[in-house]
Design a protein around this ligand. Structure first.
Ligand code: PGA
Length: 256
């Protein structure tokens, strides 16, 4: 049985006091409601990472994630944050390839491959996002687009490196729009992704063990039907991760 993961991507939200309050509430509810079977991942903005790490302590079911990193380890890159820096504040994961980074910051597949490499080099586990736009889906290109994203930025890895990667399927048309993929649409793409992994890394149990998250307007009322699908191992949650009760209800929907 694969473990379930629910990750909260706070994006560019919250002041430090607000972040501290939200993380405290989530951690308190997770512990007091004994949700100890699903891993919880929080991805606050860079400036809040240390505060959130401090609250998590070294809880065995909680992980800290960054939302981005630079592909170089250090140097004259004003304003950027590197993998070794993220490790030094206690990050475990880093989100790479989010559609907002691809679209708003022009991160192409070569940059993303370098970022994946940089993350692994620093001991960070990538949460690598893939997903098609509405236009690509309507033209029937969704699986082709996702396959390319996997091949272009992940499948250069060796199997033992790939095992560290978690994939989040986030259809771009479902992010922040309130439009969620149906459980059947999401399951079909997750099965496709797992098959691609199986084709690439046929040895051992790489594909069977890969953690595949769904993301895009996940809310307390649609989470359970997504988590019922055999190839969906959890969620990457944006908006609903900013409301402690909603985020906890999504974790509960994994079937604790
Ligand atoms: P959303 O965001 O849950 O607000 O749609 C998901 C994401 O961008 O990871």
């Amino acid at each position: 049985m694969r473990k379930k993961f629910v990750a909260g991507n706070w994006k560019m939200n919250l002041t430090v006091d607000e972040a501290y309050k939200l993380a405290s509430e989530i951690i308190h509810m997770y512990d007091s409601e004994v949700l100890n079977k699903t891993y919880l991942v929080l991805a606050p903005p860079f400036v809040h990472l240390s505060a959130v790490r401090h609250l998590m302590k070294s809880h065995p079911m909680m992980y800290l994630a960054a939302q981005n990193l630079h592909e170089k380890d250090s140097g004259a890159y004003t304003g950027e944050i590197s993998g070794p820096m993220l490790r030094s504040v206690g990050c475990d994961f880093v989100i790479i390839g989010h559609s907002e980074r691809r679209q708003l910051f022009q991160e192409d597949h070569i940059t993303l491959a370098h970022k994946v490499d940089a993350a692994l080099r620093s001991g960070l586990r990538p949460i690598f996002c893939v997903g098609e736009t509405l236009e690509e889906r309507e033209q029937g290109h969704a699986t082709h687009v996702v396959t390319r994203q996997l091949k272009d930025s992940l499948f250069f890895l060796r199997a033992e490196q790939f095992r560290k990667v978690m994939i989040a399927y986030e259809p771009v048309w479902a992010i922040g729009t309130g439009k969620v993929a149906t459980p059947e649409e999401a399951q079909a793409m997750h099965a496709h992704i797992r098959n691609q992994i199986r084709k690439k890394y046929d040895e051992g149990s790489v594909a069977d063990e890969a953690i595949l998250l769904y993301g895009g307007s996940v809310k307390p009322d649609n989470a359970a039907s997504l988590f019922d699908q055999p190839d969906i191992d959890g969620a990457l949650v944006g908006g609903a991760s900013l409301v402690s009760r909603d985020f906890i209800e999504i974790i509960k929907a994994t079937g604790e």
